[in-house]
Design a protein around this ligand. Sequence first.
Ligand code: SF4
Ligand code: SF4
Length: 182
Amino acid sequence: MTALKKKIKIVKNIKINVDKCNGCRACEVICSASHAAPKYSSNNPARARIRVIREPLSDIYVPVFAGEYTAAECAGRDKYIIDGKEYEECAFCRASCPSRDIFREPDSDLPLKCDMCESDPTLEEPLCVSWCLADALIYEEREEEVEEQAAPEEVDADLEALANRHGWDKVADAVQRMKKKA
Ligand code: SF4
Ligand code: SF4
């Protein structure tokens, strides 16, 4: 039987309030600048891991974070009408996909994905959140208990501790007994 142990994982999340977004694109600017090489050496929103779908005449502004890469376009599309506003196809989709030119690095065409501004030292909150003066982006963290497989060296150390207490023969007997019951 595989040794599993409980671990607390931090789940990071950015809540988007489209009603508060005014389409200023400050989030795109800071994201692209902070991911430039070297850092802050250039600024090109086409390189941002967040893009704002903007239709000012319809008062539509949708910040979308770059998600997973997909090699194939989807065969069917959805259209959303929310509070009387009709959003374009793919408006809420996070995929870096061949059917549109966002979330792809302009020079290399490589897919882009939001990394939640992971850095060392860790930031208090992602940069796009700090730069959004309209409070359209709200950063949240929650703890989740997950089961993960113990590393082999951890299992060895645990067994050794048991053997020191009870002796290897008793530990081996107990393992055999438990294996039969499993
Ligand atoms: S910085 Fe905030 S208000 Fe401006 S475009 Fe981005 S999400 Fe919208
Ligand atoms: S969380 Fe960081 S990497 Fe992700 S879109 Fe915002 S600024 Fe870019």
